[in-house]
Design a binder for this molecule. Structure first.
Ligand code: MN
Length: 129
């Protein structure tokens, strides 16, 4: 099974926590600090899932999601926005941009990995058998 997750996040603390929680569930996390790097890495590694911060410098998460969705090779890869934006319209905008779902910051260390895994097709929920 593909155990690669691409994390597109410019904040080092958020990146550290998300990576720690996912690695504890046997995911291999690749990090991109900005949108263009994220799009390039997604094409290279074909991750099982992409976690996408919306507030990114230069190219925001909406534009990143749109760019990812223009690549047919990545059409089946779930994109999950992770953002502190709390307005209802922002959630709709995430979905319109091509994201499959939305998790709110600050991330909850207890539920984060399970919430992420729910977006991975055929995920075993992180249980190692
Ligand atoms: Mn950010």
């Amino acid at each position: 099974m593909n155990r690669q997750i691409l994390l597109i996040e410019d904040n080092e603390q958020n990146r550290y926590l998300a990576t720690f929680l996912l690695q504890a569930r046997d995911w291999q996390v690749t990090h991109a600090p900005d949108g263009p790097t994220g799009v390039q890495l997604a094409e290279q590694i074909q991750p099982a899932l992409i976690l996408l911060d919306i507030q990114l410098p230069g190219m925001d998460g909406y534009a990143v999601a749109q760019a990812l969705r223009r690549n047919p090779d990545l059409a089946a890869v779930p994109i999950v926005a992770v953002t502190s934006y709390a307005m209802p319209g922002d959630r709709e905008r995430c979905l319109e941009s091509g994201c499959n779902g939305y998790l709110e910051k600050p991330i909850d260390p207890v539920t984060f990995a399970t919430d992420v895994e729910a977006f991975v097709p055929h995920s075993d929920g992180g249980e190692r058998k």
